[in-house]
Design a protein around this ligand. Structure first.
Ligand SMILES: Nc1ncnc2c1ncn2[C@@H]1O[C@H](COP(=O)(O)OP(=O)(O)OP(=O)(O)O)[C@@H](O)[C@H]1O
Ligand SMILES: [Mg+2]
Length: 267
């Protein structure tokens, strides 16, 4: 179906919170599964007191020799309980060494593109030498998170040529809370950078957000706060649901996919 990756260039970007939120906000019929592919190690195990195994190490092993079309995730997902629902995740061990070793295997198909579900991968912080680059290249959509502030945008500009080459038309810049510029201004700055400094045509680049600063939703996703009855309507989850709609053209277009319906699906 589709692979959606989440990364950031500077600071502590909010990748795990956003990736889990996207998986939670995605329509249930996409059968979203969150994979912690952050080469500096995962957080979900600690946040939600999940087991150390199975993990991305087992996912990599399951991908070896797996026949296309099979249920590659069966046996390697864990159920993350949140607000009365269960969400499927593949945890990354803390520390990152095991994830870095597993990452080359994670780019195999059908592992990154199982026929029947949406994979959301938390790729952590982007570095030029990062082992997640092949995963970004294999993605249907890459979300790069940034605050719309001069310092963070300067870092994003440094990565932009590489990101555009890796993702060709599949890159979306998602503004995080706490910036000073609007999405249209950021889009303008990046388009000018492409033309004036990179000598490229301004490529179609979705710039969206900012996502709301929502401590409650972030706390629920991090396992720190109990989810209230209407937790799925919290501003961050509502915004991520709308983001899924914006990404629909990149992810899938089949009407039965449910992407882009903008409706909340209860599990
Ligand atoms: N939209 C948001 N509103 C409020 N707080 C947020 C939001 N997104 C993330 N946060 C908070 O920001 C902090 C960093 O988020 P998170 O752990 O998701 O970042 P990360 O990019 O995964 O960091 P790391 O690279 O260390 O794994 C957390 O305390 C999280 O709760
Ligand atoms: Mg993280």
């Amino acid at each position: 179906m589709a692979l959606l990756t989440v990364t950031y260039a500077k600071g502590r970007g909010g990748a795990t919170t956003t990736a889990l939120g996207v998986a939670v906000a995605a329509p249930a019929q996409l059968r979203p599964v969150l994979v912690e592919a952050d080469p500096s190690g995962g957080d979900l195990m600690r946040w939600h007191r999940l087991a150390a195994r199975p993990s991305v190490v087992d996912l990599a092993a399951a991908g070896r020799g797996h026949e296309p079309g099979g249920a590659v995730f069966a046996g390697v997902v864990q159920q993350l309980p949140l607000g009365g629902g269960l969400f499927e995740v593949v945890v990354g061990p803390a520390g990152g060494a095991q994830t870095r070793a597993a990452l080359p295997e994670l780019t195999r198909r059908p592992l990154v593109n199982p026929p029947d579900r949406l994979v959301v991968a938390d790729c952590g912080r982007l570095e030029p030498w990062s082992p997640v680059r092949p995963l970004l290249a294999a993605s249907d959509a890459v979300l790069v998170l940034t605050r719309a502030r001069a310092d963070e945008l300067a870092h994003l500009r440094e990565h932009l040529a590489d990101l555009l080459d890796l993702t060709v038309g599949r890159l979306a810049v998602v503004l995080m809370p706490g910036g000073t510029y609007q999405a249209a201004e950021v889009a303008d700055v990046l388009a000018r950078h492409m033309v004036e400094n990179l000598g490229r045509n301004p490529e179609p680049l979705l710039v969206t957000g900012p996502l709301p600063h929502d401590r409650r939703a972030a706390g629920v996703l991090a396992g720190e706060l109990a989810a209230g009855r209407r937790w799925r309507r919290l501003p961050l989850l509502a915004a991520l649901g709308r983001l899924m709609g914006e990404l629909a053209p990149l992810l899938l277009t089949a009407p039965e996919s449910g992407v882009g319906t903008g409706t909340e699906v209860s599990r």
